[in-house]
Design a protein around this ligand. Structure first.
Ligand SMILES: Cc1cc2nc3c(=O)[nH]c(=O)nc-3n(C[C@H](O)[C@H](O)[C@H](O)COP(=O)(O)O)c2cc1C
Length: 193
């Protein structure tokens, strides 16, 4: 069943089924009072932006593969992006989605729609990284904040599970990271509902 009325939209941007990013997302979603509509970004293989310029001339995109995402986004009150850190950024399939958000930028600045997305939503970024380097999660949050500025979407929080390819892989560190994700979900749920 496609929950078109789902108020929570979750993007999973890891290729590893049942991996750490998936576990962090599951922990977060488990504490929400609403079921989430999930999109597996790797499985969906969304096309990258080709800078064709169609979104400068009409609202939307030349490619229809993100139409369902767009409908779910507009219906959502909470957007969750769960991603591993790859080379200090999002994995390529998620970066493709991020670039496709250009349609909202052009809707605002070429077509003059204010706002391009009518309703507001909160967002949370969940990141998982092999090292303790804070730059990847910080950069990813910055990328989302920029894109979200024309999507009526506020990045409320980042939950970062770091060091997973070292000591961060220990059961204690995993428990601590999942616990932070759960607490974040409870806090954001209180704020929204
Ligand atoms: C292609 C690739 C690039 C990566 N780049 C980084 C990186 O820049 N910084 C980092 O801390 N970890 C990096 N990692 C490690 C992953 O972020 C880490 O293993 C994470 O736990 C993977 O999550 P998963 O279990 O969902 O696959 C990289 C892993 C891969 C496969």
């Amino acid at each position: 069943m496609e929950k078109e009325t789902a108020r929570v939209l979750a993007l999973l941007a890891s290729p590893v089924a049942g991996g750490r990013t998936a576990r962090l997302l599951d922990a977060f979603l488990s504490q929400l009072p609403r079921a989430a509509e999930r999109i597996d970004v790797y499985r969906a293989s969304f096309r990258p932006c080709t800078a064709c310029g169609v979104c400068k001339t009409r609202e939307g995109c030349a490619f229809p593969d993100l139409d369902r995402f767009d409908r779910l986004l507009r219906a959502s009150q909470l957007l969750v992006v769960a991603s591993p850190v790859y080379n200090l950024s999002f994995p390529a399939p998620m970066k493709a989605v991020l670039d496709r958000f250009q349609r909202y930028y052009e809707a605002r600045f070429s077509l003059g729609l204010r706002p391009p997305v009518e309703t507001h939503r909160e967002a949370v970024l969940l990141t998982v990284s092999g090292t303790e380097d804070p730059d990847g999660p910080a950069l990813m949050a910055r990328q989302l904040r920029m894109a979200f500025s024309v999507m009526n979407t506020t990045l409320a929080e980042t939950v970062a599970w770091t060091g997973t390819d070292g000591s961060g892989a220990s059961p204690e560190r995993e428990k601590e990271a999942l616990c932070r994700a759960e607490k974040s979900a409870l806090a954001i749920a209180r704020k929204i509902w």
